[in-house]
Design a protein around this ligand. Structure first.
Ligand SMILES: [Zn+2]
Length: 379
Protein backbone atom coordinates (compact mmCIF):
# COMPACT_ATOMS: atom_id res chain seq x y z
CA UNK A 1 0.00 0.00 0.00
CA UNK A 2 1.36 3.35 -0.99
CA UNK A 3 0.88 6.07 1.46
CA UNK A 4 0.95 9.57 0.26
CA UNK A 5 2.66 11.84 2.72
CA UNK A 6 1.09 15.22 2.96
CA UNK A 7 2.74 18.34 4.06
CA UNK A 8 0.84 20.10 6.80
CA UNK A 9 -1.37 22.83 5.35
CA UNK A 10 0.30 26.24 5.59
CA UNK A 11 -1.03 28.41 8.33
CA UNK A 12 -2.95 31.43 7.20
CA UNK A 13 -0.76 34.50 7.13
CA UNK A 14 -1.02 36.61 10.22
CA UNK A 15 -2.12 40.12 9.63
CA UNK A 16 -0.55 42.89 11.64
CA UNK A 17 -3.54 44.59 13.23
CA UNK A 18 -2.98 47.96 14.79
CA UNK A 19 -4.87 48.28 18.01
CA UNK A 20 -3.64 51.54 19.55
CA UNK A 21 -4.71 54.98 18.36
CA UNK A 22 -1.17 56.38 18.15
CA UNK A 23 -0.39 58.05 14.84
CA UNK A 24 2.31 56.50 12.70
CA UNK A 25 5.11 59.13 12.37
CA UNK A 26 5.09 61.31 9.26
CA UNK A 27 7.77 60.74 6.65
CA UNK A 28 9.30 64.07 5.67
CA UNK A 29 12.54 66.00 5.19
CA UNK A 30 11.52 69.17 7.06
CA UNK A 31 13.34 70.35 10.14
CA UNK A 32 11.77 68.49 13.10
CA UNK A 33 11.26 71.82 14.88
CA UNK A 34 9.01 73.03 12.04
CA UNK A 35 6.58 70.12 12.43
CA UNK A 36 4.14 70.49 15.29
CA UNK A 37 1.71 67.77 16.29
CA UNK A 38 -1.50 69.46 17.47
CA UNK A 39 -3.70 67.17 19.61
CA UNK A 40 -7.17 66.78 18.14
CA UNK A 41 -10.19 64.69 19.00
CA UNK A 42 -13.29 64.75 16.84
CA UNK A 43 -16.61 65.73 18.41
CA UNK A 44 -17.49 62.06 18.93
CA UNK A 45 -14.22 61.38 20.74
CA UNK A 46 -12.23 59.76 17.92
CA UNK A 47 -8.56 60.69 17.99
CA UNK A 48 -7.38 62.34 14.77
CA UNK A 49 -4.08 63.77 13.55
CA UNK A 50 -3.42 67.46 13.00
CA UNK A 51 0.01 68.75 12.01
CA UNK A 52 1.06 72.37 11.70
CA UNK A 53 4.08 73.21 9.58
CA UNK A 54 5.61 76.36 10.97
CA UNK A 55 7.35 78.95 8.87
CA UNK A 56 10.49 80.06 10.64
CA UNK A 57 11.84 83.59 10.50
CA UNK A 58 8.91 85.39 8.93
CA UNK A 59 5.37 86.31 9.84
CA UNK A 60 2.95 83.47 9.25
CA UNK A 61 0.82 83.87 6.10
CA UNK A 62 -2.60 82.47 5.30
CA UNK A 63 -3.19 78.91 6.51
CA UNK A 64 -3.97 76.04 4.14
CA UNK A 65 -5.63 72.91 5.52
CA UNK A 66 -4.75 69.82 3.45
CA UNK A 67 -7.19 66.89 3.34
CA UNK A 68 -6.00 63.53 2.04
CA UNK A 69 -8.08 60.83 0.34
CA UNK A 70 -9.48 57.73 2.00
CA UNK A 71 -6.78 55.19 3.02
CA UNK A 72 -4.06 57.74 2.21
CA UNK A 73 -2.66 60.14 4.81
CA UNK A 74 -0.96 63.49 5.25
CA UNK A 75 2.15 61.81 3.92
CA UNK A 76 0.75 62.31 0.41
CA UNK A 77 1.50 66.05 0.71
CA UNK A 78 5.00 65.61 2.17
CA UNK A 79 6.79 63.15 -0.13
CA UNK A 80 10.51 63.63 0.61
CA UNK A 81 11.42 62.31 -2.85
CA UNK A 82 9.67 65.06 -4.86
CA UNK A 83 8.96 68.76 -4.65
CA UNK A 84 5.71 68.36 -2.75
CA UNK A 85 2.75 70.62 -2.05
CA UNK A 86 3.96 71.57 1.43
CA UNK A 87 7.32 72.71 -0.03
CA UNK A 88 5.54 74.87 -2.57
CA UNK A 89 3.15 76.40 -0.03
CA UNK A 90 5.98 77.19 2.40
CA UNK A 91 8.01 78.88 -0.35
CA UNK A 92 5.03 81.09 -1.16
CA UNK A 93 4.50 82.13 2.46
CA UNK A 94 1.53 79.94 3.39
CA UNK A 95 1.24 77.93 6.59
CA UNK A 96 0.28 74.32 5.80
CA UNK A 97 -1.89 72.36 8.22
CA UNK A 98 -2.38 68.64 7.61
CA UNK A 99 -5.40 66.77 8.90
CA UNK A 100 -5.35 63.01 9.25
CA UNK A 101 -9.07 62.34 9.34
CA UNK A 102 -10.34 58.98 10.51
CA UNK A 103 -9.78 57.31 7.13
CA UNK A 104 -6.01 57.96 7.28
CA UNK A 105 -3.64 55.01 7.08
CA UNK A 106 -1.59 56.71 9.84
CA UNK A 107 -4.51 55.87 12.12
CA UNK A 108 -5.77 52.34 12.84
CA UNK A 109 -9.51 52.77 12.22
CA UNK A 110 -9.69 51.29 8.73
CA UNK A 111 -8.54 47.96 10.11
CA UNK A 112 -9.63 48.08 13.71
CA UNK A 113 -11.81 50.16 15.93
CA UNK A 114 -15.21 51.66 15.44
CA UNK A 115 -16.68 51.64 11.96
CA UNK A 116 -17.74 54.94 10.47
CA UNK A 117 -19.25 56.50 7.38
CA UNK A 118 -18.38 59.66 5.47
CA UNK A 119 -21.11 61.38 7.51
CA UNK A 120 -18.74 61.23 10.48
CA UNK A 121 -15.95 62.82 8.48
CA UNK A 122 -18.22 65.64 7.27
CA UNK A 123 -19.90 66.19 10.63
CA UNK A 124 -17.04 65.69 13.09
CA UNK A 125 -13.57 65.50 11.55
CA UNK A 126 -13.46 68.40 9.09
CA UNK A 127 -15.42 70.96 11.16
CA UNK A 128 -13.39 69.93 14.24
CA UNK A 129 -10.12 70.49 12.41
CA UNK A 130 -11.24 73.82 10.94
CA UNK A 131 -12.29 75.05 14.39
CA UNK A 132 -8.98 73.92 15.91
CA UNK A 133 -6.90 75.61 13.20
CA UNK A 134 -8.89 78.81 13.64
CA UNK A 135 -8.18 78.77 17.38
CA UNK A 136 -4.50 78.94 16.50
CA UNK A 137 -4.43 81.31 13.54
CA UNK A 138 -6.94 83.92 14.72
CA UNK A 139 -8.31 85.97 11.86
CA UNK A 140 -5.74 84.98 9.24
CA UNK A 141 -7.39 83.55 6.10
CA UNK A 142 -7.87 79.79 6.01
CA UNK A 143 -7.93 77.86 2.72
CA UNK A 144 -8.51 74.14 2.13
CA UNK A 145 -6.98 71.86 -0.49
CA UNK A 146 -8.72 68.51 -0.57
CA UNK A 147 -8.24 65.28 -2.47
CA UNK A 148 -10.76 62.57 -3.39
CA UNK A 149 -12.92 61.46 -0.43
CA UNK A 150 -11.42 64.26 1.67
CA UNK A 151 -12.92 66.64 -0.87
CA UNK A 152 -16.20 64.76 -1.16
CA UNK A 153 -16.67 64.92 2.62
CA UNK A 154 -15.65 68.59 2.63
CA UNK A 155 -18.39 69.32 0.09
CA UNK A 156 -20.90 67.88 2.59
CA UNK A 157 -19.44 69.93 5.48
CA UNK A 158 -19.70 73.07 3.34
CA UNK A 159 -23.24 72.34 2.17
CA UNK A 160 -24.18 71.81 5.82
CA UNK A 161 -22.76 75.24 6.69
CA UNK A 162 -20.39 73.64 9.21
CA UNK A 163 -17.19 75.30 7.91
CA UNK A 164 -18.27 78.83 6.98
CA UNK A 165 -15.90 81.57 5.96
CA UNK A 166 -13.14 79.62 4.21
CA UNK A 167 -11.09 81.91 1.97
CA UNK A 168 -11.15 79.35 -0.84
CA UNK A 169 -11.27 75.62 -1.53
CA UNK A 170 -9.32 73.56 -4.06
CA UNK A 171 -10.99 70.23 -4.72
CA UNK A 172 -9.15 67.46 -6.58
CA UNK A 173 -10.86 64.53 -8.30
CA UNK A 174 -14.39 64.76 -6.95
CA UNK A 175 -16.63 67.24 -5.15
CA UNK A 176 -20.44 67.31 -5.17
CA UNK A 177 -21.18 65.09 -8.17
CA UNK A 178 -19.35 61.76 -7.93
CA UNK A 179 -19.33 59.65 -11.05
CA UNK A 180 -17.27 56.50 -10.75
CA UNK A 181 -15.64 54.62 -13.59
CA UNK A 182 -18.13 52.14 -15.06
CA UNK A 183 -16.34 49.00 -14.06
CA UNK A 184 -15.87 50.47 -10.60
CA UNK A 185 -19.55 50.78 -9.83
CA UNK A 186 -20.16 47.28 -11.10
CA UNK A 187 -17.33 45.80 -9.10
CA UNK A 188 -18.48 47.69 -6.03
CA UNK A 189 -21.60 45.58 -6.11
CA UNK A 190 -19.46 42.48 -6.33
CA UNK A 191 -17.24 43.74 -3.54
CA UNK A 192 -20.37 44.15 -1.45
CA UNK A 193 -20.75 40.41 -1.72
CA UNK A 194 -17.33 40.03 -0.12
CA UNK A 195 -18.78 41.73 2.93
CA UNK A 196 -20.78 38.62 3.54
CA UNK A 197 -17.60 36.57 3.60
CA UNK A 198 -14.67 36.80 5.98
CA UNK A 199 -13.16 39.73 4.15
CA UNK A 200 -13.77 43.13 5.73
CA UNK A 201 -11.02 45.12 4.08
CA UNK A 202 -8.83 44.99 1.01
CA UNK A 203 -5.14 45.05 1.84
CA UNK A 204 -2.62 46.62 -0.50
CA UNK A 205 0.62 45.26 0.91
CA UNK A 206 1.10 41.78 -0.49
CA UNK A 207 4.03 41.19 1.87
CA UNK A 208 1.80 41.36 4.93
CA UNK A 209 -0.86 38.95 3.64
CA UNK A 210 1.41 36.33 2.11
CA UNK A 211 1.01 34.19 -0.99
CA UNK A 212 -1.66 31.89 0.35
CA UNK A 213 -4.41 33.76 2.08
CA UNK A 214 -8.05 34.65 1.61
CA UNK A 215 -6.84 37.71 -0.28
CA UNK A 216 -4.95 35.78 -2.94
CA UNK A 217 -7.87 35.81 -5.44
CA UNK A 218 -8.09 39.62 -5.14
CA UNK A 219 -4.42 40.03 -5.96
CA UNK A 220 -4.75 37.49 -8.77
CA UNK A 221 -7.66 39.47 -10.23
CA UNK A 222 -5.68 42.69 -9.94
CA UNK A 223 -2.71 41.20 -11.75
CA UNK A 224 -4.69 40.43 -14.91
CA UNK A 225 -3.30 42.37 -17.85
CA UNK A 226 -1.04 44.30 -15.48
CA UNK A 227 2.15 45.64 -16.99
CA UNK A 228 3.94 46.14 -13.67
CA UNK A 229 5.02 43.04 -11.69
CA UNK A 230 4.60 44.68 -8.27
CA UNK A 231 1.47 43.28 -6.52
CA UNK A 232 0.84 46.44 -4.48
CA UNK A 233 1.06 48.56 -7.61
CA UNK A 234 -1.25 46.13 -9.39
CA UNK A 235 -3.95 46.35 -6.77
CA UNK A 236 -3.79 50.17 -6.85
CA UNK A 237 -2.84 51.09 -10.39
CA UNK A 238 -4.50 48.25 -12.20
CA UNK A 239 -7.42 47.59 -9.91
CA UNK A 240 -7.98 50.31 -7.27
CA UNK A 241 -8.55 47.88 -4.36
CA UNK A 242 -10.25 45.38 -6.66
CA UNK A 243 -12.76 47.79 -8.18
CA UNK A 244 -11.16 47.78 -11.63
CA UNK A 245 -10.42 51.53 -11.66
CA UNK A 246 -6.95 53.06 -11.84
CA UNK A 247 -5.54 55.45 -9.27
CA UNK A 248 -2.61 57.07 -11.11
CA UNK A 249 -0.68 57.33 -14.33
CA UNK A 250 2.14 54.87 -13.74
CA UNK A 251 5.02 56.73 -15.36
CA UNK A 252 4.29 59.86 -13.30
CA UNK A 253 5.58 58.24 -10.08
CA UNK A 254 9.26 58.19 -9.18
CA UNK A 255 10.68 54.74 -8.44
CA UNK A 256 10.87 55.71 -4.75
CA UNK A 257 7.21 56.71 -4.59
CA UNK A 258 6.25 53.57 -6.49
CA UNK A 259 8.11 51.44 -3.95
CA UNK A 260 6.38 53.27 -1.06
CA UNK A 261 2.82 52.72 -2.27
CA UNK A 262 1.99 50.24 0.48
CA UNK A 263 3.03 52.87 3.02
CA UNK A 264 1.19 55.72 1.29
CA UNK A 265 -2.11 53.89 0.82
CA UNK A 266 -3.46 51.60 3.47
CA UNK A 267 -6.09 48.88 3.39
CA UNK A 268 -9.57 49.84 2.17
CA UNK A 269 -12.45 48.88 4.48
CA UNK A 270 -15.31 47.15 2.69
CA UNK A 271 -17.85 48.27 5.32
CA UNK A 272 -17.70 51.77 3.81
CA UNK A 273 -19.11 50.47 0.53
CA UNK A 274 -22.84 50.79 1.31
CA UNK A 275 -22.43 54.54 1.86
CA UNK A 276 -20.23 54.92 -1.19
CA UNK A 277 -22.71 52.91 -3.23
CA UNK A 278 -25.58 55.15 -2.10
CA UNK A 279 -23.53 58.21 -3.05
CA UNK A 280 -22.65 56.70 -6.40
CA UNK A 281 -26.27 55.85 -7.21
CA UNK A 282 -27.47 59.33 -6.22
CA UNK A 283 -24.62 60.92 -8.22
CA UNK A 284 -24.21 63.35 -5.36
CA UNK A 285 -23.01 63.31 -1.78
CA UNK A 286 -25.84 62.01 0.36
CA UNK A 287 -26.15 61.42 4.08
CA UNK A 288 -26.06 57.81 5.27
CA UNK A 289 -27.54 58.19 8.76
CA UNK A 290 -31.18 59.10 8.27
CA UNK A 291 -32.63 57.84 11.53
CA UNK A 292 -29.96 59.17 13.88
CA UNK A 293 -30.67 62.68 15.19
CA UNK A 294 -26.97 63.49 15.57
CA UNK A 295 -26.62 63.64 11.81
CA UNK A 296 -29.50 66.05 11.23
CA UNK A 297 -26.91 68.82 10.93
CA UNK A 298 -26.03 67.32 7.53
CA UNK A 299 -28.39 67.79 4.58
CA UNK A 300 -29.81 64.65 3.04
CA UNK A 301 -28.33 65.70 -0.27
CA UNK A 302 -25.34 68.04 -0.45
CA UNK A 303 -26.00 69.16 -4.02
CA UNK A 304 -29.50 70.34 -3.14
CA UNK A 305 -27.97 72.34 -0.27
CA UNK A 306 -25.06 73.74 -2.31
CA UNK A 307 -26.50 77.26 -1.98
CA UNK A 308 -24.95 77.27 1.51
CA UNK A 309 -21.43 77.12 0.04
CA UNK A 310 -19.85 80.49 0.75
CA UNK A 311 -16.27 80.01 -0.49
CA UNK A 312 -14.77 80.22 -3.98
CA UNK A 313 -14.03 76.72 -5.28
CA UNK A 314 -11.47 75.50 -7.80
CA UNK A 315 -12.33 72.07 -9.16
CA UNK A 316 -9.23 70.21 -10.38
CA UNK A 317 -8.98 66.94 -12.22
CA UNK A 318 -6.48 65.07 -14.31
CA UNK A 319 -7.78 64.49 -17.84
CA UNK A 320 -7.03 60.77 -17.34
CA UNK A 321 -8.69 60.33 -13.93
CA UNK A 322 -9.39 56.59 -13.95
CA UNK A 323 -11.51 56.60 -10.79
CA UNK A 324 -13.81 59.64 -10.83
CA UNK A 325 -13.73 60.24 -14.59
CA UNK A 326 -15.19 63.65 -15.47
CA UNK A 327 -16.91 64.22 -12.10
CA UNK A 328 -15.31 67.65 -11.69
CA UNK A 329 -16.28 68.91 -15.13
CA UNK A 330 -19.79 67.65 -14.47
CA UNK A 331 -19.81 69.43 -11.10
CA UNK A 332 -18.78 72.67 -12.77
CA UNK A 333 -21.58 72.40 -15.31
CA UNK A 334 -24.22 71.45 -12.72
CA UNK A 335 -23.27 74.25 -10.33
CA UNK A 336 -23.15 76.82 -13.13
CA UNK A 337 -26.74 75.90 -13.92
CA UNK A 338 -28.15 75.34 -10.43
CA UNK A 339 -26.09 77.77 -8.35
CA UNK A 340 -24.93 80.52 -10.73
CA UNK A 341 -24.15 82.76 -7.75
CA UNK A 342 -21.29 80.50 -6.61
CA UNK A 343 -17.70 81.27 -7.59
CA UNK A 344 -16.64 77.94 -9.10
CA UNK A 345 -13.91 77.30 -11.69
CA UNK A 346 -12.74 74.09 -13.31
CA UNK A 347 -9.18 73.28 -14.39
CA UNK A 348 -8.18 70.06 -16.11
CA UNK A 349 -4.58 68.84 -15.90
CA UNK A 350 -3.69 67.24 -19.24
CA UNK A 351 -2.27 63.72 -19.06
CA UNK A 352 -2.70 63.31 -15.30
CA UNK A 353 -4.73 60.64 -13.53
CA UNK A 354 -5.94 60.84 -9.95
CA UNK A 355 -3.32 60.48 -7.21
CA UNK A 356 -0.43 61.58 -9.42
CA UNK A 357 -1.80 65.12 -9.27
CA UNK A 358 -0.17 65.16 -5.81
CA UNK A 359 2.26 62.21 -5.86
CA UNK A 360 3.63 62.73 -9.35
CA UNK A 361 7.28 63.60 -9.96
CA UNK A 362 6.19 66.64 -12.00
CA UNK A 363 3.18 67.73 -9.93
CA UNK A 364 4.98 70.86 -8.70
CA UNK A 365 5.36 71.98 -12.30
CA UNK A 366 2.12 70.73 -13.81
CA UNK A 367 -0.42 70.95 -10.97
CA UNK A 368 0.61 73.06 -8.00
CA UNK A 369 0.87 76.25 -10.06
CA UNK A 370 -2.90 76.12 -10.61
CA UNK A 371 -3.43 75.79 -6.86
CA UNK A 372 -1.07 78.69 -6.09
CA UNK A 373 -2.71 80.94 -8.70
CA UNK A 374 -6.10 80.31 -7.12
CA UNK A 375 -4.87 80.95 -3.55
CA UNK A 376 -2.84 84.00 -4.56
CA UNK A 377 -5.87 85.78 -5.99
CA UNK A 378 -7.75 85.31 -2.72
CA UNK A 379 -5.14 85.65 0.02
ZN1 LIG B 1 4.00 49.61 -10.89
Amino acid sequence: MIRRTRRPAPRPALRAVRTGTALRPLHHRLSPSAVEDVPLRAGDGVRLGLTRIRTAGRPAGPAVLLLHGHTASSDMFLLPETRNLVDVLLDEGYEPWLLDWRGSCRLPYNETGRRYTYDDVALYDIPGAVARVRQEIGDRPLFAVAHCIGSLALSMSMAAGLVPGLAGVVSQGVFLTPRLAGRTSLRMTLAGELLKSRIDHIPVDFRTVGFRSKYTPLFALASRRAECPDPTCQILHNSAWGTGASLFVHEHLTRTTHDRLAELLGPAPLWILPHLRRIELARTVVRWNDGDLRYRALPRNALDAAGAIDAPVLLLSGSENGLWLDSQELCHRVLARRQPRLDVAYTEIPGYGHLDTFLGRGAALDVFGHILDFLEKRR
